[in-house]
Design a protein around this ligand. Structure first.
Ligand code: ATP
Ligand code: MG
Length: 409
Protein backbone atom coordinates (compact mmCIF):
# COMPACT_ATOMS: atom_id res chain seq x y z
CA UNK A 1 0.00 0.00 0.00
CA UNK A 2 1.06 3.60 -0.59
CA UNK A 3 0.17 6.52 1.64
CA UNK A 4 -0.11 10.16 0.53
CA UNK A 5 -0.90 13.42 2.25
CA UNK A 6 -3.79 15.13 0.49
CA UNK A 7 -6.04 18.17 0.68
CA UNK A 8 -5.35 21.06 2.98
CA UNK A 9 -2.03 19.76 4.27
CA UNK A 10 -0.46 19.83 0.80
CA UNK A 11 -2.13 23.09 -0.20
CA UNK A 12 -1.13 24.97 2.93
CA UNK A 13 2.44 23.68 2.91
CA UNK A 14 2.84 24.96 -0.66
CA UNK A 15 1.32 28.28 0.39
CA UNK A 16 3.79 28.44 3.24
CA UNK A 17 1.14 28.68 5.93
CA UNK A 18 0.81 26.47 9.02
CA UNK A 19 -0.85 23.10 8.45
CA UNK A 20 -3.51 22.40 11.04
CA UNK A 21 -5.09 19.11 10.07
CA UNK A 22 -3.56 16.37 7.93
CA UNK A 23 -5.68 14.12 5.71
CA UNK A 24 -4.16 11.06 4.11
CA UNK A 25 -5.23 8.75 1.34
CA UNK A 26 -4.21 5.10 1.12
CA UNK A 27 -3.83 3.51 -2.31
CA UNK A 28 -3.72 -0.26 -2.90
CA UNK A 29 -5.08 -1.45 0.43
CA UNK A 30 -8.21 -3.22 1.64
CA UNK A 31 -10.21 -2.57 4.77
CA UNK A 32 -8.97 -5.88 6.16
CA UNK A 33 -5.33 -4.86 5.68
CA UNK A 34 -5.95 -1.55 7.45
CA UNK A 35 -7.63 -3.27 10.38
CA UNK A 36 -4.82 -5.80 10.58
CA UNK A 37 -2.37 -2.90 10.99
CA UNK A 38 -4.33 -1.60 13.95
CA UNK A 39 -6.18 1.25 12.23
CA UNK A 40 -9.53 2.04 13.82
CA UNK A 41 -12.50 2.37 11.44
CA UNK A 42 -14.64 5.52 11.58
CA UNK A 43 -17.53 6.78 9.52
CA UNK A 44 -20.35 4.55 8.43
CA UNK A 45 -20.35 5.78 4.82
CA UNK A 46 -16.78 5.60 3.59
CA UNK A 47 -13.72 3.58 4.46
CA UNK A 48 -11.92 6.06 6.72
CA UNK A 49 -9.60 5.02 9.53
CA UNK A 50 -7.78 6.59 12.42
CA UNK A 51 -4.11 5.89 12.93
CA UNK A 52 -3.65 3.75 16.05
CA UNK A 53 -1.06 6.16 17.51
CA UNK A 54 -1.47 9.65 16.00
CA UNK A 55 -5.27 9.53 15.60
CA UNK A 56 -4.92 11.18 12.16
CA UNK A 57 -7.29 10.33 9.32
CA UNK A 58 -6.46 7.81 6.63
CA UNK A 59 -9.02 7.22 3.88
CA UNK A 60 -8.91 4.46 1.30
CA UNK A 61 -8.73 5.85 -2.24
CA UNK A 62 -12.26 5.89 -3.62
CA UNK A 63 -14.42 6.93 -6.51
CA UNK A 64 -17.92 8.23 -6.15
CA UNK A 65 -21.10 8.36 -8.15
CA UNK A 66 -24.08 10.64 -7.73
CA UNK A 67 -27.12 8.68 -6.60
CA UNK A 68 -29.47 11.16 -5.02
CA UNK A 69 -29.98 14.70 -3.83
CA UNK A 70 -27.74 16.68 -1.57
CA UNK A 71 -24.51 16.09 0.24
CA UNK A 72 -25.37 12.53 1.19
CA UNK A 73 -26.54 11.50 -2.27
CA UNK A 74 -23.46 9.53 -3.29
CA UNK A 75 -22.42 5.94 -3.60
CA UNK A 76 -18.76 5.19 -3.06
CA UNK A 77 -16.48 2.61 -4.46
CA UNK A 78 -13.23 1.83 -2.69
CA UNK A 79 -10.93 -1.00 -3.73
CA UNK A 80 -7.19 -1.59 -3.97
CA UNK A 81 -7.54 -0.90 -7.71
CA UNK A 82 -8.60 2.73 -7.32
CA UNK A 83 -5.71 4.97 -8.38
CA UNK A 84 -4.53 8.19 -6.76
CA UNK A 85 -5.64 10.19 -9.83
CA UNK A 86 -9.12 8.64 -9.63
CA UNK A 87 -9.37 9.61 -6.00
CA UNK A 88 -8.16 13.17 -6.62
CA UNK A 89 -10.61 13.89 -9.44
CA UNK A 90 -13.62 13.67 -7.11
CA UNK A 91 -12.28 16.53 -4.98
CA UNK A 92 -13.72 20.04 -5.06
CA UNK A 93 -10.91 22.42 -6.01
CA UNK A 94 -7.71 21.91 -7.97
CA UNK A 95 -5.70 23.37 -5.07
CA UNK A 96 -7.28 20.69 -2.85
CA UNK A 97 -6.64 17.89 -5.33
CA UNK A 98 -2.89 17.48 -4.91
CA UNK A 99 -1.11 14.67 -3.09
CA UNK A 100 2.41 14.16 -1.84
CA UNK A 101 4.33 11.16 -0.57
CA UNK A 102 6.58 11.27 2.46
CA UNK A 103 9.45 12.64 0.34
CA UNK A 104 7.19 15.54 -0.65
CA UNK A 105 6.99 14.33 -4.27
CA UNK A 106 3.92 16.05 -5.63
CA UNK A 107 1.14 14.36 -7.61
CA UNK A 108 -0.82 17.13 -9.28
CA UNK A 109 -2.83 15.84 -12.24
CA UNK A 110 -5.33 18.71 -12.22
CA UNK A 111 -2.83 21.60 -12.04
CA UNK A 112 -3.46 22.68 -8.49
CA UNK A 113 -0.01 24.20 -8.23
CA UNK A 114 -0.63 26.38 -11.27
CA UNK A 115 -3.86 27.62 -9.72
CA UNK A 116 -2.15 28.19 -6.39
CA UNK A 117 0.35 30.45 -8.09
CA UNK A 118 -2.37 32.22 -10.05
CA UNK A 119 -4.44 32.54 -6.84
CA UNK A 120 -7.48 30.85 -8.38
CA UNK A 121 -10.13 28.68 -6.77
CA UNK A 122 -11.11 26.38 -9.62
CA UNK A 123 -13.20 23.21 -9.64
CA UNK A 124 -11.53 19.96 -10.64
CA UNK A 125 -14.20 18.48 -12.89
CA UNK A 126 -17.84 19.01 -13.89
CA UNK A 127 -18.73 16.53 -11.13
CA UNK A 128 -18.25 19.54 -8.86
CA UNK A 129 -21.90 20.35 -9.49
CA UNK A 130 -23.01 17.10 -7.83
CA UNK A 131 -22.54 18.29 -4.27
CA UNK A 132 -24.19 21.52 -3.08
CA UNK A 133 -21.98 21.66 0.01
CA UNK A 134 -19.16 22.70 -2.33
CA UNK A 135 -20.85 26.06 -2.91
CA UNK A 136 -20.38 26.80 0.77
CA UNK A 137 -16.89 25.33 0.85
CA UNK A 138 -15.65 27.42 -2.06
CA UNK A 139 -17.13 30.58 -0.55
CA UNK A 140 -15.40 29.69 2.71
CA UNK A 141 -12.05 29.15 1.01
CA UNK A 142 -12.55 32.46 -0.79
CA UNK A 143 -12.98 34.14 2.61
CA UNK A 144 -9.98 32.35 4.06
CA UNK A 145 -7.57 33.11 1.22
CA UNK A 146 -8.89 36.50 0.10
CA UNK A 147 -6.00 38.26 1.81
CA UNK A 148 -3.58 36.16 -0.29
CA UNK A 149 -5.34 37.39 -3.43
CA UNK A 150 -7.44 34.32 -4.27
CA UNK A 151 -10.63 34.66 -6.31
CA UNK A 152 -13.15 32.16 -7.64
CA UNK A 153 -12.67 31.18 -11.30
CA UNK A 154 -15.56 32.46 -13.45
CA UNK A 155 -16.37 28.97 -14.72
CA UNK A 156 -16.50 27.68 -11.13
CA UNK A 157 -18.78 30.52 -10.12
CA UNK A 158 -20.99 29.50 -13.03
CA UNK A 159 -21.30 25.95 -11.68
CA UNK A 160 -22.01 27.36 -8.23
CA UNK A 161 -24.76 29.44 -9.78
CA UNK A 162 -26.23 26.38 -11.50
CA UNK A 163 -26.19 24.50 -8.22
CA UNK A 164 -27.89 27.39 -6.45
CA UNK A 165 -30.56 27.74 -9.10
CA UNK A 166 -31.24 23.99 -9.15
CA UNK A 167 -32.64 24.20 -5.62
CA UNK A 168 -30.13 21.59 -4.41
CA UNK A 169 -28.90 23.85 -1.63
CA UNK A 170 -32.19 23.12 0.08
CA UNK A 171 -31.08 19.50 0.42
CA UNK A 172 -28.25 20.46 2.79
CA UNK A 173 -28.90 19.68 6.42
CA UNK A 174 -28.82 22.49 8.99
CA UNK A 175 -25.80 20.87 10.62
CA UNK A 176 -23.68 20.71 7.44
CA UNK A 177 -24.56 24.27 6.51
CA UNK A 178 -23.92 25.63 9.98
CA UNK A 179 -20.54 23.95 10.12
CA UNK A 180 -19.48 25.76 6.95
CA UNK A 181 -21.13 29.06 7.88
CA UNK A 182 -19.63 29.16 11.36
CA UNK A 183 -16.15 28.30 10.07
CA UNK A 184 -16.46 30.90 7.31
CA UNK A 185 -17.53 33.59 9.78
CA UNK A 186 -14.39 32.92 11.80
CA UNK A 187 -12.10 33.47 8.82
CA UNK A 188 -10.16 36.73 8.38
CA UNK A 189 -12.51 38.08 5.74
CA UNK A 190 -15.95 36.67 6.49
CA UNK A 191 -17.57 39.35 4.34
CA UNK A 192 -16.03 37.65 1.30
CA UNK A 193 -17.96 34.48 2.16
CA UNK A 194 -21.27 36.36 2.02
CA UNK A 195 -20.19 38.27 -1.10
CA UNK A 196 -19.30 35.08 -2.98
CA UNK A 197 -22.55 33.42 -1.93
CA UNK A 198 -24.35 36.45 -3.25
CA UNK A 199 -22.36 36.47 -6.50
CA UNK A 200 -23.48 32.93 -7.30
CA UNK A 201 -27.08 33.30 -6.21
CA UNK A 202 -26.66 31.07 -3.17
CA UNK A 203 -27.34 33.80 -0.62
CA UNK A 204 -30.84 34.20 -2.00
CA UNK A 205 -31.41 30.48 -1.44
CA UNK A 206 -29.77 30.16 1.97
CA UNK A 207 -30.46 33.52 3.62
CA UNK A 208 -32.94 35.48 1.51
CA UNK A 209 -33.32 37.81 4.50
CA UNK A 210 -29.68 38.90 4.16
CA UNK A 211 -29.81 38.96 0.36
CA UNK A 212 -32.79 41.32 0.55
CA UNK A 213 -30.65 43.99 2.23
CA UNK A 214 -28.73 44.68 -0.97
CA UNK A 215 -30.24 47.61 -2.81
CA UNK A 216 -31.99 48.94 0.30
CA UNK A 217 -30.84 52.51 1.05
CA UNK A 218 -30.22 54.08 4.45
CA UNK A 219 -29.90 57.82 5.23
CA UNK A 220 -26.55 59.07 3.96
CA UNK A 221 -25.90 61.24 7.03
CA UNK A 222 -25.58 58.18 9.25
CA UNK A 223 -24.57 55.72 6.56
CA UNK A 224 -22.25 57.20 3.91
CA UNK A 225 -22.17 53.75 2.24
CA UNK A 226 -25.99 54.02 1.87
CA UNK A 227 -26.65 50.39 0.84
CA UNK A 228 -27.73 48.17 3.75
CA UNK A 229 -26.16 45.06 2.21
CA UNK A 230 -22.78 46.78 1.82
CA UNK A 231 -23.10 48.06 5.37
CA UNK A 232 -23.69 44.51 6.61
CA UNK A 233 -20.56 43.33 4.79
CA UNK A 234 -18.53 46.14 6.39
CA UNK A 235 -19.85 45.30 9.85
CA UNK A 236 -18.77 41.69 9.34
CA UNK A 237 -15.39 42.87 8.10
CA UNK A 238 -14.95 44.99 11.22
CA UNK A 239 -15.95 42.07 13.43
CA UNK A 240 -13.05 40.05 12.01
CA UNK A 241 -10.60 42.96 12.20
CA UNK A 242 -11.50 43.30 15.88
CA UNK A 243 -11.20 39.53 16.45
CA UNK A 244 -14.75 39.19 17.70
CA UNK A 245 -16.05 35.72 18.67
CA UNK A 246 -18.55 33.75 16.57
CA UNK A 247 -21.56 34.95 18.57
CA UNK A 248 -20.74 38.57 17.75
CA UNK A 249 -20.05 37.86 14.07
CA UNK A 250 -23.36 36.03 13.72
CA UNK A 251 -25.18 38.91 15.39
CA UNK A 252 -23.41 41.37 13.08
CA UNK A 253 -24.64 39.50 10.03
CA UNK A 254 -28.25 39.55 11.18
CA UNK A 255 -28.57 42.84 13.06
CA UNK A 256 -30.34 44.84 10.34
CA UNK A 257 -32.62 42.24 8.75
CA UNK A 258 -35.66 44.37 9.53
CA UNK A 259 -34.47 46.95 7.01
CA UNK A 260 -35.25 44.49 4.24
CA UNK A 261 -38.94 44.70 5.17
CA UNK A 262 -39.31 48.50 5.07
CA UNK A 263 -41.86 49.57 2.41
CA UNK A 264 -40.06 51.43 -0.38
CA UNK A 265 -42.05 54.59 0.16
CA UNK A 266 -40.48 54.90 3.64
CA UNK A 267 -36.89 54.62 2.35
CA UNK A 268 -34.29 55.62 3.35
CA UNK A 269 -35.74 55.62 6.85
CA UNK A 270 -36.35 52.37 8.70
CA UNK A 271 -38.66 53.08 11.58
CA UNK A 272 -38.84 50.23 14.11
CA UNK A 273 -36.60 47.95 12.03
CA UNK A 274 -35.31 46.55 15.32
CA UNK A 275 -38.71 45.03 15.96
CA UNK A 276 -39.72 44.04 12.44
CA UNK A 277 -36.40 42.23 12.10
CA UNK A 278 -36.84 39.91 15.06
CA UNK A 279 -38.97 37.32 13.33
CA UNK A 280 -36.49 37.20 10.45
CA UNK A 281 -33.56 36.76 12.81
CA UNK A 282 -35.46 33.97 14.52
CA UNK A 283 -36.16 32.28 11.18
CA UNK A 284 -32.49 32.35 10.12
CA UNK A 285 -31.39 31.18 13.58
CA UNK A 286 -33.70 28.21 13.39
CA UNK A 287 -33.01 27.37 9.75
CA UNK A 288 -29.37 26.65 10.58
CA UNK A 289 -29.95 25.46 14.14
CA UNK A 290 -27.37 28.00 15.29
CA UNK A 291 -26.06 27.33 18.82
CA UNK A 292 -28.09 28.85 21.59
CA UNK A 293 -25.60 31.60 22.45
CA UNK A 294 -25.45 32.72 18.81
CA UNK A 295 -29.24 32.75 18.51
CA UNK A 296 -29.67 34.67 21.72
CA UNK A 297 -27.10 37.35 20.96
CA UNK A 298 -28.39 37.87 17.41
CA UNK A 299 -31.90 38.51 18.76
CA UNK A 300 -30.69 40.85 21.51
CA UNK A 301 -28.46 42.81 19.15
CA UNK A 302 -31.28 43.02 16.62
CA UNK A 303 -33.65 44.35 19.23
CA UNK A 304 -31.37 46.72 21.13
CA UNK A 305 -28.55 47.91 18.85
CA UNK A 306 -30.06 51.36 18.40
CA UNK A 307 -30.35 51.64 22.19
CA UNK A 308 -26.62 51.14 22.39
CA UNK A 309 -25.95 53.79 19.76
CA UNK A 310 -28.13 56.24 21.72
CA UNK A 311 -26.76 55.12 25.08
CA UNK A 312 -25.62 58.58 26.14
CA UNK A 313 -29.09 60.01 25.62
CA UNK A 314 -31.04 57.25 27.36
CA UNK A 315 -32.97 58.07 30.51
CA UNK A 316 -31.79 56.26 33.65
CA UNK A 317 -34.98 54.20 33.63
CA UNK A 318 -34.41 53.09 30.02
CA UNK A 319 -30.81 52.24 30.84
CA UNK A 320 -32.05 50.13 33.71
CA UNK A 321 -34.53 48.30 31.48
CA UNK A 322 -31.74 47.59 29.02
CA UNK A 323 -29.48 46.22 31.72
CA UNK A 324 -32.31 44.13 33.16
CA UNK A 325 -33.17 42.71 29.71
CA UNK A 326 -29.59 41.53 29.41
CA UNK A 327 -29.45 40.24 32.97
CA UNK A 328 -26.06 41.94 33.23
CA UNK A 329 -25.79 40.84 36.85
CA UNK A 330 -25.51 37.18 35.95
CA UNK A 331 -24.52 37.44 32.26
CA UNK A 332 -21.74 40.07 32.05
CA UNK A 333 -20.08 38.31 29.10
CA UNK A 334 -23.20 38.43 26.96
CA UNK A 335 -23.58 42.17 27.56
CA UNK A 336 -19.95 42.69 26.60
CA UNK A 337 -20.60 40.80 23.34
CA UNK A 338 -23.65 42.97 22.73
CA UNK A 339 -21.55 46.11 23.11
CA UNK A 340 -18.94 44.58 20.82
CA UNK A 341 -21.48 43.89 18.07
CA UNK A 342 -22.93 47.41 18.33
CA UNK A 343 -19.48 48.93 18.10
CA UNK A 344 -18.84 46.88 14.94
CA UNK A 345 -22.14 48.19 13.57
CA UNK A 346 -20.97 51.76 14.19
CA UNK A 347 -17.56 51.09 12.66
CA UNK A 348 -18.99 49.28 9.66
CA UNK A 349 -19.81 52.61 8.02
CA UNK A 350 -17.86 54.01 5.15
CA UNK A 351 -15.26 56.49 6.33
CA UNK A 352 -16.30 56.15 9.99
CA UNK A 353 -14.30 53.00 10.77
CA UNK A 354 -11.91 54.86 13.07
CA UNK A 355 -14.41 57.11 14.80
CA UNK A 356 -14.45 56.56 18.55
CA UNK A 357 -17.46 54.87 20.09
CA UNK A 358 -17.85 56.29 23.61
CA UNK A 359 -21.17 54.46 24.00
CA UNK A 360 -19.22 51.26 24.70
CA UNK A 361 -17.44 52.48 27.83
CA UNK A 362 -20.47 54.44 28.90
CA UNK A 363 -22.60 51.28 28.94
CA UNK A 364 -19.85 49.30 30.64
CA UNK A 365 -19.80 51.94 33.36
CA UNK A 366 -23.57 51.86 33.68
CA UNK A 367 -23.57 48.08 34.05
CA UNK A 368 -20.88 48.38 36.68
CA UNK A 369 -22.84 51.02 38.60
CA UNK A 370 -25.95 48.85 38.62
CA UNK A 371 -23.98 45.78 39.63
CA UNK A 372 -22.39 47.55 42.57
CA UNK A 373 -25.74 48.02 44.29
CA UNK A 374 -25.46 45.67 47.24
CA UNK A 375 -28.27 43.36 48.32
CA UNK A 376 -27.15 42.96 51.92
CA UNK A 377 -28.35 46.34 53.26
CA UNK A 378 -31.77 45.68 51.72
CA UNK A 379 -31.97 42.27 53.37
CA UNK A 380 -31.03 43.90 56.64
CA UNK A 381 -33.89 46.33 56.20
CA UNK A 382 -36.16 43.28 56.00
CA UNK A 383 -37.01 43.20 52.28
CA UNK A 384 -37.99 39.74 50.99
CA UNK A 385 -39.31 38.12 47.81
CA UNK A 386 -40.84 40.41 45.18
CA UNK A 387 -40.40 43.43 47.45
CA UNK A 388 -36.70 42.79 47.58
CA UNK A 389 -36.67 42.75 43.78
CA UNK A 390 -38.48 46.09 43.66
CA UNK A 391 -36.19 47.66 46.24
CA UNK A 392 -33.16 46.45 44.35
CA UNK A 393 -34.51 48.01 41.17
CA UNK A 394 -35.10 51.33 42.93
CA UNK A 395 -31.54 51.36 44.24
CA UNK A 396 -30.15 50.50 40.85
CA UNK A 397 -32.17 53.29 39.27
CA UNK A 398 -30.73 55.71 41.84
CA UNK A 399 -27.25 54.47 41.08
CA UNK A 400 -27.82 54.95 37.35
CA UNK A 401 -29.14 58.47 37.85
CA UNK A 402 -26.01 59.31 39.82
CA UNK A 403 -23.88 57.67 37.13
CA UNK A 404 -25.59 59.72 34.43
CA UNK A 405 -25.18 62.97 36.35
CA UNK A 406 -21.53 62.28 36.94
CA UNK A 407 -20.94 61.39 33.28
CA UNK A 408 -22.61 64.55 31.98
CA UNK A 409 -20.92 66.83 34.56
P1 ATP B 1 -9.00 22.58 6.03
O1 ATP B 1 -7.72 23.34 6.10
O2 ATP B 1 -10.19 23.42 6.28
O3 ATP B 1 -8.99 21.27 6.74
P2 ATP B 1 -9.14 20.91 3.70
O4 ATP B 1 -9.00 21.23 2.25
O5 ATP B 1 -8.16 19.96 4.27
O6 ATP B 1 -9.15 22.28 4.46
P3 ATP B 1 -11.18 19.07 4.60
O7 ATP B 1 -12.61 19.35 4.89
O8 ATP B 1 -10.28 18.63 5.69
O9 ATP B 1 -10.62 20.40 3.89
O10 ATP B 1 -11.19 18.01 3.43
C1 ATP B 1 -9.99 17.40 2.97
C2 ATP B 1 -10.01 17.28 1.46
O11 ATP B 1 -11.11 16.46 1.06
C3 ATP B 1 -10.22 18.60 0.71
O12 ATP B 1 -9.01 19.26 0.49
C4 ATP B 1 -10.84 18.13 -0.57
O13 ATP B 1 -9.86 17.61 -1.43
C5 ATP B 1 -11.71 16.96 -0.11
N1 ATP B 1 -13.09 17.33 0.18
C6 ATP B 1 -13.65 17.55 1.40
N2 ATP B 1 -14.95 17.81 1.30
C7 ATP B 1 -15.26 17.77 -0.01
C8 ATP B 1 -16.46 17.91 -0.77
N3 ATP B 1 -17.62 18.21 -0.19
N4 ATP B 1 -16.38 17.75 -2.12
C9 ATP B 1 -15.21 17.45 -2.70
N5 ATP B 1 -14.07 17.30 -2.06
C10 ATP B 1 -14.06 17.44 -0.73
MG1 MG C 1 -8.29 19.12 6.15
Amino acid sequence: MQIFKVGGAVRDRLLGIPVTDVDRVVVGATTEEMLAQGFRPVGADFPVFLHPKTGEEYALARTERKSGRGYGGFTFHASPGVTLEEDLIRRDLTINAMAEDDQQNLTDPYHGQRDLEARILRHVSPAFAEDPLRVLRVARFAARYASLGFTVAPETLKLMRQLSESGELQALTAERSWKEISRALMEDQPQVFIQVLRDCGALKELMPEVDALFGVPQPEVHHPEIDTGLHTLSVLEQSALHKQPLTVRWACLLHDLGKGLTPEEEWPRHIAHEHTGLKLIKAVNERFKAPKDCQELALLVGKYHTHCHRALELKASTLLELLQSFDVYRRPQRFEEFIGACEMDARGRKGLEQRSYPQADYLRGAAQAAREVAVQPLLEKGFKGPELGEALKRERLKALKAYKDKASA
